[in-house]
Design a binder for this molecule. Sequence first.
Ligand code: ATP
Ligand code: MG
Length: 437
Amino acid sequence: MKIIKSIKGMKDILPKKSFIWQYIENKIKIILYKYSYLEIRTPIIEKTKLFNISLGKTTDLINKEMYTFKDKKNNSLTLRPENTTSIIRCILENNIFFKNKKQKFWYFGPMFRYENTQNGRYRQFYQFGVETFNMSGPDIDSEIILITNRIFNILGIKKYITLEINTLGNKKSRIIYANILFKYLKKYKNYLNKNIFYKLYKNPLRLLDNKKNNIKYIFNNTPKIISCIDIDSIKHFEYLKNILNFTNINYKINTNLVRGLDYYSRTVFEWTTIFLGSQNTICAGGRYDYLIKYLIGKNIPAIGFAIGIERIILLLEKIKKLPINIKFKINILFIIISNEKYLKINSIKIAEKIRNELPNLILKINFCNKSLKKQLSEANNKGIYIILIYGINEQKKNKITIKYLYKRKKQNLLKLKNLIKELKLIFYHESNYFNYW
Ligand code: ATP
Ligand code: MG
């Protein structure tokens, strides 16, 4: 049979890499908990209607990128292209604001977008994200930026990325600016393709988000949004910059920075890098004070961000800082040298007993029929400490053979009770093995 391959833009993560993923995930999770953010997990499929309402009519996400399909009852469902919408659905549905109005959450998981795939741009990709609710001040804006800063510091990529910030003002500022931008960009309409032209009429702010280099020059001299920003939003922005200055966070003001979705206001930010070509954003965030009001009429200010994990890994690879030393180390290899049924059952029992007594160790049983010699030679060079051997001879004597690979000590034949004592002596320092991740 011809092998059926995976879907374009969707990648397998093989064991060597999955260790790196786990390492990164754990580092990020720990930081989020330390800032007192709690995890929310939502389903990866939602009703299409939910995204249609929340994501805005003129975004690429809605128009081109959604994986939408019908279920058996003809309901239209969509694989989530982002998680902010689902988190809002979840907190509203579960009445989370009932007890505490101020909330800080994080999520992690795959998102799905039907995009043109490239290095760093996939159709299934993973995001770590944060969403906070009911806090309108610049203090929370600064906190989530500080979190991203700490995450990138811990992951060792801080030197290779830049924080860009901007303010989009309130709703009115956006409308005024959109008009000014429209008038300016209309002059270039002959240079714009059909798709871009459509956006110019529907939502000119989105054009600033353009990734195509050939028309980037048009945007260099566009009127800047700052002249349209309302006074309260300016104060908000100044206050945020103040906190960032006092906490030693370097940033660049990018007046062309807008977010892809329509519901953002005031603070927007991105962490970008020059090392990944046009997939240069590794984290994007911003304030979306109007979204929940738009959805259910309640005034609930919110701000969040999302980090693209694939791009972090690509960047780590590029700057040669991938933590490749995270090796999975088997502590004990258990070799069975017989295919006899009761001997095998006995071996499994012994292995389980060892796992009960030494729960931090990694013990692998070889369920293969290879000769002892072959299994021993395979075990060499793998950093294995101890080999246990159980065959007919051992079964008869009710003992187990222990071989020491890490020092010149002669192999021994031990009763199970003594073997466990011996292993506890050898591995006493391994009690924190998993903290290593
Ligand atoms: P881009 O401008 O690169 O398309 P975006 O503005 O669509 O990104 P967001 O929706 O804000 O991105 O998602 C936040 C982060 O998620 C991005 O900064 C990026 O790191 C990552 N990301 C977004 N789309 C993809 C994708 N198709 N493949 C891999 N990572 C992605
Ligand atoms: Mg995109």
